[in-house]
Design a protein around this ligand. Structure first.
Ligand SMILES: Cc1ncc(COP(=O)(O)O)c(C=O)c1O
Length: 432
């Protein structure tokens, strides 16, 4: 029997951390308001709660317009439609992200082009974008991943130079600010998710934001079965679908957004305290701070684990040991999309992959993004935002557990354990 919980010792932390999602009487009151009305759906468009929330969401993100939609994936799809993406157009996206960032590109029969991430931020590496631009490039789709921003200064400069559009995937960045500007406000459009794990959530939902009325009108028509938009100044008539958000979800979002600022402050303080506790630990690397991030919106606290500073013990063992010490965390949280089991691209389903080519583009095998592969399979350790909503003592437990595992790392050499085997699987393949 060893000292680590995974080898039979006492777990360092037995008390659960803050759970997520968090709801309260504010959500109940808002839900009751919908329940006792006859307006449960997104019609008449936009619903009372959806438009009240959208107005506040736009203010928080320093834009003129926001539109609720049914999911974050749909938000990206609607934003792509708004910029007029055409079949065969290319869209540059980071390789290290959730599959939902690029799924909508394929769905519109456009072609995702994967670019590696910056190891300092784990976001799209702006230095590599220009090499990926071709005459077919229509848009850049940066993701503000985890707790950092993609370098928007550089991305906007490159986009202007090459006359391509920018859609910010802000699924992790609610309330975040870059040089005082809201996440999603700097590109042509921003896309948000309100799925259960997100910083504001209603179970499933999303939003598109923009300063451009024409784009907003297209988004509204697209997600409201092609009906005229609320303002209808551009009179676009397009085929649309029902991607509206229901009023129950919108009501919950209205209550959630009230708590965002306070919660973000608590998370940021606790994360900064964790960093003071981890500084100088050779096996642990921190993502580089960026003073241009003027308000942190951490969906996940992400650190780097260096196996070569931990007697070669693989990240899967380190993470599994932490989990058994009572610290919720994940290693293989994301992987390069082109290698993911959730990305089984069949060219027969996406004709643009074959157009003008003898053989279809083989998206699964044509890329090698070393930094994305390093982060995905070896280095990144993700701690979800809710565990930073508690006290300093909670943070001490995280830091103490990391130190405990590293001090007893020998116990993990050659150890076989179900939790380690589970950690080696992608999230889609795991038991739970
Ligand atoms: C980076 C990123 N983009 C897009 C999405 C898609 O959002 P949704 O799950 O609401 O469709 C997610 C959601 O998990 C995400 O994390």
């Amino acid at each position: 029997m060893g000292k680590l919980a995974i080898t039979g010792g006492e777990p360092l932390r037995k008390k659960p951390f803050t759970e997520w999602p968090l709801g309260g009487k504010e959500e109940l009151k808002a839900l009751e308001d919908v329940l006792t009305s006859t307006k449960w759906g997104g019609q008449p468009f936009p619903g009372k709660h959806a438009s009240a929330f959208a107005k506040r969401f736009a203010e928080v993100h320093t834009v003129k317009y926001a539109q609720c939609v049914s999911t974050g994936t749909v938000a990206i799809q609607a934003a792509l439609r708004a910029i007029g993406i055409q079949p065969g157009d290319e869209v540059i996206a980071p390789a290290y992200t959730w599959e939902g960032t690029v799924g909508p590109v394929l769905l519109l029969n456009a072609v995702p082009v994967f670019v590696d991430i910056d190891p300092d931020t784990y976001c799209l590496d702006a230095r590599l974008i220009e090499k990926a631009i071709t005459p077919k490039t229509k848009a850049i789709l940066p993701v503000h991943l985890g707790m950092r921003f993609a370098d928007m200064d550089e991305i906007l400069r490159i986009a202007a130079k090459h006359k391509v559009r920018v859609i910010e995937d802000c699924a992790h960045a609610h309330g975040g600010m870059w040089k005082g500007k809201g996440a999603g406000s700097m590109g042509d459009l921003g896309a948000f998710s309100f799925q259960s794990s997100k910083l504001i959530t209603c179970g499933e939902g999303g939003a598109v934001i923009t300063n451009n009325l024409e784009y907003m009108e297209k988004v509204q028509s697209y997600i409201n079965a092609g009906r005229a938009s609320v303002t209808d100044q551009y009179r676009h008539r397009i085929i649309g679908f029902n991607y509206r958000l229901g009023e129950f979800q919108a009501a919950v979002l209205g209550a959630q957004i009230d708590r965002l600022a306070e919660q973000s402050k608590t998370r940021a303080e606790n994360m900064s305290y964790l960093e003071t506790r981890l500084k100088g630990t050779p096996a642990i690397g921190l993502l580089k701070p960026d003073p241009r991030i003027t308000r942190l919106a951490p969906y996940g606290y992400v650190l780097k684990y260096f196996a070569n500073q931990a007697k070669g013990v693989h990240r899967a063992s380190f993470v599994a040991a932490l989990q058994l010490e009572g610290i919720p965390c994940d290693g293989l949280f994301y992987e390069p999309v082109y290698k993911s089991s959730l990305f089984p691209v069949n060219p027969a389903d996406f004709p643009a992959l074959t157009w003008g080519r003898e053989k279809p583009l083989d998206l699964r095998n044509m890329y090698c993004c070393p930094e994305s592969e390093k982060a995905g399979y070896h280095e990144a350790v993700w701690f979800m935002h809710q565990i930073f909503l508690g006290t300093k003592k909670d943070v001490d437990a995280i830091a103490d557990a990391i130190h405990k595992v590293l001090e007893n790392i020998d116990e993990l050499s050659d150890l076989d354990h179900k939790a380690i085997r589970n950690q080696r699987l992608s999230r889609a393949e795991r038991e739970s």
